[in-house]
Design a protein around this ligand. Sequence first.
Ligand SMILES: C[S@@+](CC[C@H](N)C(=O)[O-])C[C@H]1O[C@@H](n2cnc3c(N)ncnc32)[C@H](O)[C@@H]1O
Length: 233
Amino acid sequence: MGIEFQDKKAVEIYAEGVTAEELTLRPMILKMAGNVRGQNVLDIGCGDGRYSELFARSGANVIATDLAAPQIEMAQEKHAHQNIRYSVGDVSAADAAPGSMDLVLANMVVPSIGSVESLDKLFAQARKMLRPDGRFIVSVLHPLILSPNQDDYDRPVNFDPANYFNEGSPYRSEAKTNAGNTMVFNESHFSLTKLSELMRKNGFLVKSMVESKQVPEKGMLLPKYLAFECVLG
Ligand SMILES: C[S@@+](CC[C@H](N)C(=O)[O-])C[C@H]1O[C@@H](n2cnc3c(N)ncnc32)[C@H](O)[C@@H]1O
């Protein structure tokens, strides 16, 4: 899964931006993160670095990693900042000490993870990097997006509802970018039950769970994204 991000052209299209993400996911994540001034933030699966830069501009010290080298190249080109250190790889490649992060973010990384084992590993890595009072913010596509009644901004094209509890089952979704191109995502679906089970297994407690807002003027009525704010406990 997530193979598209190893492709430079796909990464260029991704960097064009998607209206739904800008209007609904981004404000939700930034609000959940709150004031990050002076905080150590780890952005796992940072993509083109759009969130890393926002956090750095708000005064955070950011360490950002992504498995895909083309994403990190794009991040260094488009979203460089003196308070961000980018690296290619998973969390183990990050130049960060265990137990040092105030905030770990995995924004829309879960849909790029292809199996329960890999998701379990991601959560364990996030936990390891957190301070005892740190927070983990993780977002997913809301299961409602699997509904066929979606707008054009980000919609699944071949999800089989019979696979809802088939953890890690692959499907494809398409999103129109701001430049009018179609970005194709090869995603994996996990039930909310499995997500919650893996969070608990890795020592997380869900402090809040928020659904992204409606944007009626764009025809976005079902919440597209779901974000969890987790603490250790
Ligand atoms: C949909 S993009 C999201 C990018 C960014 N977080 C954002 O919100 O714009 C998912 C990214 O996660 C990366 N990724 C997937 N699994 C990862 C892992 N285990 N560690 C680091 N990056 C990962 C992919 O390469 C891809 O760039």
